[in-house]
Design a protein around this ligand. Structure first.
Ligand SMILES: *Cc1c(COP(=O)(O)O)cnc(C)c1O
Length: 377
């Protein structure tokens, strides 16, 4: 076996190399922030939102959003079970309590009915996830959050470029976050963006992310203990170059999904990413799930593919089932309360979805998946 087919990874061209080289050469002194400003402006324009703040990660964006919304001890934040732990971890950073909701079995995004059933007088906010490049059902979700006066944080880390009724993922929440980790559709190696609509929230975020001081402060008179969350200019230069190529990055993600759909779509008992109505997905990870009746687990399929040099990931497991959370009060109710999330456990994987995937790679991966299904289903 001479090479492995990676599960995720970026598409870097001379443009990215030129911008980063320019940043490391010139982005100092009076120009220190120029790439951050250009990247933020271009990003906000792309999403058609007023404010975008470049950050060291998506996780830091969720932390800042919660802190700026003054969410803390005694408050509950509802979050779907099926997501990367980065979505929920910042709820603990601010001392609030995560409440895990079920996902829709088709779109794998937050179930509006589950959300509504979990609202209590202590609920302050909801973090909605646009999972694997689908977009959640914001028509239903925003109607519920408006009725109950809840803040909405949209985790669009996996949905760069996806749309719902032509509106882009990341434009729905009071706050929205993106990740530019090396595995994501647009990368800055590590990095993130926080998108905001409200000027007051923006001012508070800028205060909190710079050790509790006002913009332009040079007096070192910090008025609160806060955080230090900034993206470097080198990362911003990389991000700007990637953003200028966003249509081509998205087209490749969609192409990869189509290759898989054409080759696996007819396998009985298997389903690929299924965006909701009015959604144009970007398929961050092409993710087959299969019927329980087929009788094999994700690990078995992953091991079989790994033997052929094919790297995969398991579908996210319910957060309430993880060692990080399962000892907490109330977690024992989650398997019964969130059946769709628990059904997905062990019955789905992410196939190789890097931006460098070729049609030959997809042919090879699909042939091996079909072999496995034929032998084991
Ligand atoms: C990648 C990812 C994150 C975390 O992003 P970081 O930049 O690593 O902090 C958060 N939420 C989701 C849904 C993700 O996929």
């Amino acid at each position: 076996m001479n090479r492995r087919i990676p599960v995720a990874g970026p598409w870097i061209t001379q443009r990215e190399i030129d911008y980063v080289t320019d940043a490391v050469t010139h982005s100092w002194y009076g120009q220190a922030n120029s790439y951050n400003q250009r990247f933020e402006k271009a990003f906000a324009d792309y999403l058609e939102v007023p404010h975008a703040i470049s950050l060291p990660s998506c996780t830091s964006g969720i932390h800042l959003a919660l802190a700026a919304m003054d969410i803390g001890p005694g408050d509950e934040v509802i979050v779907p079970e099926i997501t990367w732990i980065a979505t929920s971890a910042p709820i603990r950073y601010v001392g609030a309590t995560p409440v895990f909701a079920d996902v829709d079995p088709t779109t794998w995004c937050l179930s509006p009915a589950s959300l509504e059933s979990l609202i209590t007088p202590r609920t302050r906010a909801v973090i909605v996830v646009d999972l694997y490049g689908n977009v959640a059902d914001y028509d239903a979700i925003l109607a519920i959050t408006a009725k109950h006066g809840l803040r909405v944080i949209e985790d669009a880390a996996e949905a760069m470029g996806a749309t719902h009724r032509k509106r882009r993922a990341g434009s729905f929440g009071d706050a929205a976050v993106f990740s530019f980790h090396g595995s994501k559709t647009l990368t800055t190696a590590e990095g993130g963006m926080l998108v905001l609509h409200d000027r007051k929230l923006l001012d508070r975020v800028n205060f909190l992310r710079d050790h509790g001081r006002k913009a332009g402060d040079v007096s070192f008179e910090n008025s609160e203990v806060a955080f230090k969350y900034k993206m470097t200019s080198l990362q911003a230069a990389l991000g700007l170059a990637q953003l200028e190529r966003i249509e081509e990055l998205i087209a490749r993600k969609r192409q990869a999904f189509q290759w898989y759909a054409d080759r696996l779509g007819d396998l009985p008992g298997i389903r690929l990413n299924n965006p909701g109505p009015e959604v144009e997905a970007v398929y961050w990870m092409v993710s087959p799930i299969w019927d329980e009746g087929l009788g094999f687990t994700a690990t078995e399929l992953q091991d079989a593919l790994a033997a052929h040099g094919i790297d995969t990931r398991p579908f996210f497991k319910p957060l309430s089932s993880l060692p990080a959370y399962r000892h907490l009060p109330g977690m024992e109710d989650c398997p019964r309360r969130n059946p769709a999330s628990y059904r997905l456990r062990n019955l789905g994987i992410n196939l190789p979805s890097s931006l460098m995937l070729t049609e030959d790679d997809a042919d090879f991966v699909c042939a091996k998946v079909r072999e496995f299904f034929t032998a084991n289903a």
